[in-house]
Write a protein that binds this ligand. Structure first.
Ligand code: PNS
Length: 165
């Protein structure tokens, strides 16, 4: 059985991520979305919240499952008996970082390959960070996120901004 891992922060999952997930689910028997849970970055949503949101928006894809992970990505793949990492490439600016990660992962785990999918042109500018920034300034984010995720972002921003007053 071919298993691919699509790793990321997904803080929150955007329509750009969804496009990659849907395309990947057609290429592999099983796709595991690996949600990074590390202490270095401070995410807007906890790992549990990010996993829940991803489960909600991928419920229609029976071969997709969601897990959070800590530590090295290659160890997460090994634990899940997976050999392929999938990453989306938006623009040439992504390339250097992605190449560095793919090559480092390959040195650490030669049995694991990284494949890149070019993002749909519709979403080539999109990032979770930009969506969060727009949300904090009360801009429209409905064109970037699934409706249920949009609501979660709005609620979270309200919760945080109320707390700050
Ligand atoms: O969505 P992101 O934040 O660009 O995803 C980055 C991610 C999660 C793929 C990367 O940070 C990662 O794999 N982290 C796990 C730790 C690890 O294995 N680091 C070495 C990679 S070279």
């Amino acid at each position: 059985m071919s298993t691919a891992v699509y790793p990321g922060s997904f803080d929150p999952v955007t329509l750009g991520h969804m496009d990659i997930i849907e395309r990947t689910s057609k290429m592999f028997d099983k796709v595991i979305i690996g949600v990074l849970n590390n202490n270095v970055k401070t995410p807007l949503f906890s790992a549990k919240e990010r996993v829940n949101m991803l489960e909600e928006v991928t419920a229609h894809l029976p071969n997709v499952e969601v897990q959070s992970f800590e530590g090295l990505l290659v160890d997460f793949l090994r634990r899940n008996d997976a050999r392929v990492i999938v990453r989306g490439l938006r623009a040439v600016t992504d390339f250097e970082y992605e190449l560095q990660m793919a090559q480092t992962n390959r040195v650490m785990a030669p049995e694991i390959d990284t494949i890149f999918l070019t993002t749909n042109l519709k979403y080539s500018y999109l990032s979770s960070s930009i969506v969060k920034e727009i949300a904090f300034y009360h801009g429209h984010i409905s064109q970037f996120l699934a409706p249920e995720i949009e609501k979660r972002v709005r609620d979270k921003v309200d919760e945080l901004t109320k707390g700050a007053v």
